[in-house]
Design a protein around this ligand. Structure first.
Ligand code: FES
Length: 102
């Protein structure tokens, strides 16, 4: 539900396929990605639901500190510069439910 994910915060979820994804809100829009860093294919967060950097401006990998654009998933700093997180297509319904569309 959208109310579970405040602006500039993120929450992780397990899909029915057993993958871990996370969803974050930015400027009222919701963005979802696989919880896998393109650098070493490890999970991004060190603490539960801590996917953003200190300023809550970018998605951050806790292993080597790579920063990713929230809207596009592109790595803009760090060892995987230019690579992308794997985006998950979602739809937000009027009841506040967030649904994966794939
Ligand atoms: S594993 Fe994510 S930046 Fe190295």
């Amino acid at each position: 539900m959208t109310e579970d994910i405040p602006e500039r915060e993120a929450r992780s979820y397990e899909t029915s396929q057993g993958d871990t994804i996370f969803i974050t809100q930015r400027d009222g829009g919701f963005f979802a990605y696989q919880n896998i860093c393109p650098h070493l294919q490890v999970e991004l967060e060190f603490l539960e639901n801590q996917f953003l950097d200190q300023d809550q401006e970018f998605i951050q990998c806790s292993t080597h500190g790579a920063l990713f654009n929230v809207e596009t998933g592109e790595c803009i700093s760090g060892p995987c510069l230019g690579d992308f997180l794997t985006k998950i297509e979602i739809q937000v319904h009027s009841d506040g439910g967030i649904y994966l569309t794939e």
